[in-house]
Design a protein around this ligand. Structure first.
Ligand code: 3PG
Length: 212
C-alpha cells in the first residue's frame, strides 16, 4: 500500500466516526473541534461549503491539539491546493473527477474519494485507491448494498457517509469492508449556535464508543 493510502487508513481507524462539519465561524470551529477531540473523535472533516471554511480548517489545524483536520466537499484542483495550504491532513470528495484525481495525485494530502457503484469503485482502484467514501450511503442502498460489494471487491475499505446516524452506524460498522462512517450528527447546527460544547463532547464520546 502506498504512503497516502496508509495515511488515510490510519485516519479512518482513528475513531469509528468522522464528523462532517459545516461551519463558518472560526472561533466556533476551534471550540467545536476541541469538543470533538475531548470526546475521542480526532478526525474532523470541514466541508468547503461556507465562505470561511478554509479559515476554520486552518484554525483547527494550528490550534487544536490532537485533531486530525480534514477538508470535505473538495471538488476542484484549486480547492485541493488550498486545503493543503490550510493544513488539511486528508481531503474528501463526494465523487471523483479526472481533474481532481490529477491534483490529488500531485498533492501530499491523501484523498478519500466518493463512489457509489462497482464501476466507480473499480475505476478508482485502477488509480491505486483502496479507501473510498461510499456516498450517499443510505440513499444509494445502505448497509446491505455496501455489504454486497465486499465479496467481489475485498481490497476496498469504505467510509459510508450520507444518511448515517447514531442509530444505523452500527449496521455499517459491522460490515467487513467498513473502517468508519461519516456523518453530520456529531456537529448539530443548533448545539453549535448554543455553544453547547459539553453536549457535543457527549455525542462524540457516544460515537467513539460505537466500536467497543
Ligand atoms: C454530507 O456530505 O453532507 C455528508 O454526507 C453528511 O451527510 P449527513 O448529513 O446525512 O450525515
Amino acid at each position: 500500500m502506498d504512503e497516502k493510502q496508509a495515511a488515510v487508513e490510519a485516519t479512518m481507524r482513528a475513531a469509528p466516526v468522522i464528523p462532517v462539519v459545516v461551519i463558518d465561524d472560526v472561533k466556533a470551529a476551534v471550540s467545536l473541534a476541541r469538543a470533538l477531540v475531548a470526546g475521542g473523535i480526532p478526525a474532523i472533516e470541514v466541508t468547503l461549503r461556507t465562505p470561511r471554511a478554509l479559515d476554520c480548517l486552518k484554525a483547527i489545524a494550528s490550534e487544536v491539539e490532537g485533531a486530525i483536520p480534514g477538508a470535505g466537499t473538495v471538488l476542484t484542483p484549486y480547492q485541493a491546493d488550498a486545503v493543503e495550504k490550510a493544513g488539511a491532513r486528508f481531503m474528501v470528495s463526494p465523487g471523483a473527477a479526472p481533474g481532481l484525481l490529477d491534483a490529488a495525485a500531485a498533492s501530499p494530502v491523501p484523498l478519500l474519494p466518493g463512489a457509489a457503484t462497482a464501476s466507480e469503485m473499480m475505476t478508482l482502484m485502477e488509480q491505486g485507491y483502496r479507501h473510498l467514501k461510499f456516498f450517499p450511503a443510505s440513499q444509494a442502498g445502505g448497509p446491505s448494498y455496501l455489504g454486497a460489494l465486499s465479496s467481489p471487491l475485498p481490497q476496498v475499505r469504505f467510509c459510508p457517509t450520507g444518511g448515517v446516524s447514531a442509530a444505523n452506524a452500527p449496521d455499517y460498522l459491522a460490515l467487513p469492508n467498513v473502517l468508519c462512517v461519516g456523518g453530520s450528527w456529531l456537529a448539530p447546527a443548533k448545539r453549535i449556535a448554543e455553544e453547547d460544547w459539553a453536549g457535543i463532547t457527549q455525542i462524540a464520546a457516544e460515537a467513539a464508543a460505537l466500536n467497543l
